[in-house]
Design a protein around this ligand. Structure first.
Ligand SMILES: [Zn+2]
Ligand SMILES: [Zn+2]
Length: 336
């Protein structure tokens, strides 16, 4: 099968992903094989190929926003069948046995494995995953439009939940990529006011089109303070800027998997019971709840489509904030 393979992490400008011909994987017990139709691009893919995250599996096929059709079942799979359309997300496996799994925090499982990082992911014609970690895709969405929901959407939803914003309140978003453009639609649906902070004028215009009540740069001061904020951009300096415009008792959620160093803060920025918290991965419950909600709203992912072989180019566009909405690789698989 065709796949884009990462052998050594390098800056994306150097084309770290190589087109490779790999053996089609076989599903083990409890697993399914999925013929991949589309795979979304995520900043985590960029952090993986550029080596901002320590390598786990090498070489590895990145990609963890996968939509396709089940085409083979491993032993003991009873919850789905060949031909089912499913999505596969970042969370590939949890042990169901550790302290965190027992507390309903399987996103923090001590034995968690992640798609496109610990195991091969979706920048390929086929992939395998445990049936218990595949999600039915609501028929409302095309393959390409569903792909960004599987990480940008789910993580955005978890960040929104953890930020604890209520109807009528003000939510700030820092960075306006795939996740933020979905969260904006979701949160507008919940009658919250969205304030968007981003350097890119194109992204500010996009945010206003989607109903943001105010847009500006991180160093600007909006006309009203925020009840909660989510930082999607991996820049630690944004923490200070966000705390500066956060109300008393407000929550600031950091949604990225990595962030540059956070500069020293004056305690007065944090005082009055403000909360700063990170968002790490997501649970299967998040995925199921979010996909249902996404179909109800319904969310419209704006996408820019690339061919599988263009993965390096697509990630470069992502790095430069040149993608409006979400980038998606379209993959037309040949039969095994
Ligand atoms: Zn666990
Ligand atoms: Zn992701």
């Amino acid at each position: 099968m065709r796949a884009m393979l990462l052998e050594h992490a390098r800056p994306v400008e150097e084309g770290p992903l190589r087109e490779a011909d790999l053996a089609i994987p076989y599903p083990g017990p409890g697993q399914v094989r999925v013929k991949v139709h589309a795979c979304g691009l995520c900043h985590t893919d960029l952090h993986t190929v550029e080596g901002d995250l320590p390598p786990h599996k090498q070489p590895v096929v990145p990609g963890h926003q996968i939509v396709g059709l089940i085409d083979a079942l491993g032993a003991d799979v009873r919850t789905c069948k060949e031909g089912d359309r499913v999505g596969i997300a970042w969370l590939h496996f949890t042990d169901g046995a550790c302290e965190f799994c027992h507390r309903g925090l399987e996103n923090l499982c001590v034995n968690a494995r992640f798609t496109g990082y610990d195991v091969d992911g979706g920048y390929a014609e086929y992939t395998v995953a445990p049936a218990a970690f595949c999600y039915p895709i609501p028929p409302t969405f095309s393959d390409e439009n569903a792909a960004p929901l599987l990480c940008a959407g789910i993580i955005g939803y978890r960040a929104f939940r953890l930020a604890g914003v209520r109807p009528g309140e003000n939510l700030g978003l820092y960075g306006f990529g795939a996740s933020a453009h979905l969260v904006t639609q979701l949160v507008r649906h919940q009658k919250c006011n969205i304030f968007v902070f981003t350097r890119s004028e194109a992204h500010r215009a996009h945010a206003r089109e989607l109903g943001a009540v105010w847009t500006g740069r991180a160093e600007d001061t909006p006309p009203e303070l925020l009840h909660a904020a989510i930082i999607f951009a991996p820049a630690g300096s944004l923490v200070r800027e966000a705390l500066r415009v956060l109300r008393k008792a407000g929550t600031l959620a950091l949604a990225g998997i990595t962030m540059s160093q956070i500069p020293a803060l004056d305690y007065s920025l944090l005082y009055h019971e403000k909360i700063v918290r990170s968002v790490a991965n997501s649970t299967r419950q998040d995925a199921r709840e979010f996909l249902e909600l996404a179909a109800d709203v319904p969310l419209k992912a704006e996408i820019q489509i690339f061919d599988l072989a263009q993965a390096n180019l697509a990630l470069k566009a992502l790095k430069r904030s040149e993608i409006r909405g979400a980038g998606v690789l379209r993959i037309a698989a040949t039969p095994p």
